[in-house]
Structures are given as structure tokens and as C-alpha cells.
Write a protein that binds this ligand. Structure first.
Ligand SMILES: Cc1cc2nc3c(=O)[nH]c(=O)nc-3n(C[C@H](O)[C@H](O)[C@H](O)COP(=O)(O)O)c2cc1C
Length: 159
């Protein structure tokens, strides 16, 4: 099938998602974070999640080398973090309130849920790679409202 990439992207945009920051730390480099909406739960036993990274990302070398990552699910009050960590070439967490998880990767303060993963598998997939993580620890808030992304913009979750 030949297709117009913009039309395809627009069609994908009908699938409303949450927004997450995936963080990692590899030896000899500063920790980084990138905004993603390709996160998905995969398996309960073992507990697995996945997300997809553009091969053109400035972060590709780091995520190709990582052995662990942490998925931080953003609240609607954390839109500024989503924007800050979606800027090309600037994935520093120096200005972000974080703590270090058991897997050595940054946990973002006040995220609605945090999944600390060890790398389970990395797959080639067209112009992206798929990273699958096995959850080693997680935390989840009791209340809050998620940041929602839909058709290229942030949306309020309906009541
Ligand atoms: C809401 C949102 C979701 C995004 N989801 C993804 C994603 O799932 N995978 C990805 O590789 N980039 C995703 N991006 C783009 C990256 O966050 C970032 O903008 C892009 O990687 C450009 O920076 P870089 O070239 O330094 O990586 C998303 C951006 C936004 C704003």
C-alpha cells in the first residue's frame, strides 16, 4: 500500500492516549527523558509494557544501550513536562524533580503511575524500535487526572 504519511498520522490520531515520560540512565551519561504516547501494557504474567522510539531520535543511542527504563504516566498538571521533554536535542532532566528508582532510572515526582522496568526485549520495527520492559517495581496514585493526547493536541478528559 502506498500512503500519504500525514493522512496515516491523522488516522492514528483518532486513538486517544495518555502521555508518559520514559527515562533512562546509562553508565557515563546523564539521565534523560523523552515524551511518548506509544506506551502500552502488554502482559500481567510476567508484567510487561512496551513503547516505541523513533530511530531518528537524538536519544536512540542511549536507548539502544540501556538495560533499564522507567515509564512515568503524566497528570494533566504536567503538560509542561510533556512539552519540555519533546524538544529535539534537549532531553535533560536537570530541571525536573526526580528521585532514583531501584532500577537506577529517574522517577518523576507527582507522576500518576511509575513503572520501573528492566529491558526485556528490543525489536526493530520500521522507522521505530519497540522496547519491551519487565516491571520490577511500580507505584500508582489513588486519585488524579491523566494528561490526554488526541489528534495532535492535549485534551481534557470528559467527566
Ligand atoms: C504527546 C507526544 C507523544 C510522543 N510520542 C512519541 C513516541 O511514542 N515515540 C517517539 O519516538 N517520539 C514521540 N514523541 C516525540 C518525542 O517526544 C520528541 O519530540 C522527538 O523525539 C524529538 O526529539 P529528539 O529528536 O531529540 O528525540 C512524542 C511527542 C509528543 C508531544
Amino acid at each position: 500500500m502506498t500512503h500519504d504519511p500525514r493522512a496515516l498520522r491523522n488516522a492514528f490520531g483518532w486513538f486517544a492516549t495518555g502521555v508518559a515520560i520514559v527515562t533512562t540512565k546509562v553508565a557515563g551519561k546523564d539521565p534523560i527523558g523523552i515524551t511518548v504516547n506509544s506506551f502500552s501494557s502488554v502482559s500481567l504474567d510476567p508484567p510487561l509494557v512496551l513503547w516505541c522510539l523513533d530511530k531518528g531520535s537524538d536519544t536512540i543511542d542511549t536507548f539502544e544501550a540501556c538495560e533499564a527504563f522507567t515509564v512515568n504516566i503524566l497528570s494533566e498538571d504536567q503538560k509542561y513536562l510533556s512539552n519540555a521533554l519533546a524538544k529535539s536535542g534537549d532531553h535533560s532532566l536537570a530541571e525536573v524533580a526526580t528521585s532514583t528508582g531501584e532500577n537506577g532510572c529517574p522517577r518523576i515526582e507527582e507522576a500518576l503511575a511509575v513503572f520501573e522496568c528492566e529491558l526485556y526485549a528490543r525489536h526493530d520495527a520500521g522507522d521505530h524500535i519497540i522496547l519491551i520492559g519487565q516491571i520490577k517495581a511500580f507505584s500508582s496514585e489513588q486519585e488524579g487526572r491523566p494528561l490526554v493526547y488526541h489528534r495532535g493536541g492535549y485534551q481534557a478528559l470528559g467527566a
